[in-house]
Design a protein around this ligand. Structure first.
Ligand code: NAD
Length: 420
């Protein structure tokens, strides 16, 4: 994820998020004070915490937690473990979380956290100590009624379990509602693991419907083969789509006749997806430019930029990842008639089922997977339709429509509280 300026466009995610607010705010004619508040996170914490490594040495890790806006409710958003984490990225991700919660109408504002580290370098014990160390460092500002973290890139249900345990020990109470995406036995929600991908697929089905098309037979390329990308591949294959390309951080595979996604999944678990066969190899760069019906960026930010937007040939870009398209690239895609389902809508299934998890934790009463998926479907389909309707009314794209719904909602809450 780059933060430099290339081809005269900024790739700094924080500046990109600010630009996106400006475009939607202009259409809504929002009060200046509201825009000023929304363009900055309310609170940002930087922590440096020591961790004992297996070889006896002590390493100090830097991490961040950004709480963007809590006018509608407690802040909510994942924790990322990645070597390229920056403060500006975490700030931007917390802003996108506010708008994501706003677009699907959840009673939350946005938050996000990150630790600069590469979990691939850790033993299981080291990963546990880093996870517990970070939670201890941010424990004073998170809580079930203040700020509720969740998984993101390279963080898992197990990590959420360790973090919940650390927080509960510090506070002397069992506190499952402090974090979502936990293992089921600790109060995780059925369906949470698949929720981001499932929600994304629900929005793709709606976009296809608007084109008069069925999922069956549609071709798909997916960048990123983790929680979001891999599960989306499986769900779309189950619907009869032809998944022709997938990739991870090591590179991709492409077969125009369609990939066997179950076999690719097994390779990911045991070795590398690249073992599918050398003749199928494709770079992450070339994958994005394939002629497919549906392109799903499901890895990191800034992968569709001024440098490649003109070469994108997909009919639908469904942003499972946060911030994969820069504002300049967005304009090019829109000019080419490509339907971009924006991140704050396309990947909102994750936070929606995180919300369901939190509600179940607070009630101490748990739903079946069918109940969770049905409620998710209702939220995602109605949100897509509301965004699409508004975008058509203003003759704008889905991203601007989604931002408009969200900005309006958050501004209303700030007005009702007397902030603006
Ligand atoms: P993950 O850690 O499960 O998977 C990330 C995938 O991206 C891995 O397959 C990894 O190999 C791949 N990857 C990493 N660097 C890459 C690179 N440079 N090029 C290509 N692939 C690369 O993470 P995830 O939870 O699936 O998150 C992916 C994206 O979805 C992120 O942008 C995240 O913010 C977003 N997201 C996730 C959730 C969630 O609930 N997990 C919710 C909303 C949004």
């Amino acid at each position: 994820m780059q933060t430099t300026v290339t081809n005269t466009e900024t790739l700094n995610p924080f500046e990109i998020a600010q630009k996106q607010i400006d475009s939607a705010a202009a259409l809504l004619n929002l009060p200046k004070a509201a825009v000023d508040i929304l363009k900055r996170p309310k609170r940002v914490l930087t922590v440096n915490f020591p961790v004992k490594m297996d070889d006896g040495s002590v390493k100090v890790f830097e991490g961040y937690r950004s709480q963007h806006n809590n006018a509608i409710g407690p802040t909510k958003g994942g924790i990322r473990f990645h070597p390229d984490v920056t403060l500006d990225e975490v700030k931007a991700l917390s802003m996108w979380m506010s708008f994501k919660c706003g677009v699907v109408g959840l009673p939350y504002g946005g938050g996000k956290g990150g630790v600069i580290c590469d979990p691939h370098d850790f033993s299981k014990g080291e990963l546990e100590r880093v996870s517990r160390g970070f939670m201890e460092a941010i424990a004073d500002i998170v809580g079930p009624e203040t700020d509720i973290p969740a998984p993101d890139v390279y963080t898992t249900a197990q990590i959420m379990g360790w973090m919940m345990d650390t927080y509960s020990r510090l506070k002397g109470v069992n506190s499952p509602g402090v974090i979502t995406g936990k293992p089921l036995i600790l109060g995780g929600s059925k369906g949470r693991n698949e929720a981001t991908a499932r929600g994304c697929v629900y929005t793709i089905i709606e976009a296809l419907k608007e084109m008069g098309r069925e999922p069956a037979g549609a071709t798909v390329a997916i960048q990123g083969f983790g929680n979001a990308g891999r599960i989306a591949a499986n769900l779309l294959a189950d619907l009869g789509c032809k998944v022709v390309a997938v990739s991870d951080s090591k590179g991709g595979i492409y077969n125009p006749a369609g990939l066997d996604v179950q076999a690719v999944g097994q390779l990911k678990d045991t070795a590398s997806i690249l073992d599918y066969g050398k003749q199928y190899h494709i770079s992450n760069h070339d994958l994005l430019e394939l002629e497919v019906d549906i392109l799903i960026p499901a890895a990191l930010e800034n992968v569709i930029t001024l440098a490649n937007a003109d070469h994108i040939k997909a009919k639908i870009v469904a942003e499972a990842a946060n911030g994969p398209t820069t504002p300049d690239a967005d304009k090019i895609l829109s000019g080419k008639g490509i339907v971009v389902i924006p991140d704050i809508l396309a990947n909102a299934g994750g936070v929606t089922v995180s919300y369901f998890e939190w509600v179940q934790n607070l009630m101490n009463f748990y739903w079946s997977e069918e109940e969770v998926n049905d409620k998710l479907n209702v939220k995602m389909v109605s949100s897509y339709q509301a965004v699409s309707k508004l975008a058509k009314a203003y003759n704008t794209d889905l991203r601007t429509g989604a931002y408009m719904i969200s900005l309006k909602r958050i501004t209303e809450a700030m007005e009702a509280r007397g902030w603006v």
